[in-house]
Design a protein around this ligand. Sequence first.
Ligand code: FES
Length: 136
Amino acid sequence: MSDIYYEIILEHYKFPRNYGKTDNPDIRVKDSNPLCGDEIEFYIKLDSEKKKIEEIKFIGKGCAISQAAASILTEIVKGKSLDEIKELKKEHILREMGNPYLGPSRIKCATLSLKALKLGVYTYLGQKLSSEESIL
Ligand code: FES
């Protein structure tokens, strides 16, 4: 890994942004990498219209790449709409990491947080849809 990727990853790993939990999150989701058991858990508060991410925090355990990617992802998605989250691709995170070359197993480290976030958003939207349907 070249110095620039290494520096970005190490800096976020040592000083993760938005690390912690929030009270009463609208979305709380946890996911893990089945290959190693590393985990990421997000706590997300939405805006008053329940359309945008107002606050996002995470906790997790695992390798430097997975934890740095989670930190970077929180910075990318704060203020974004749930529709924009659905469109996010792994390239968005990799770009912010300095476009490191990562082999297949390391790509899973870098995308664990995105996988968790999308799981949370799609689950939330699914639940919202079913509760809206139930009151019609
Ligand atoms: Fe487990 Fe990287 S080694 S997510």
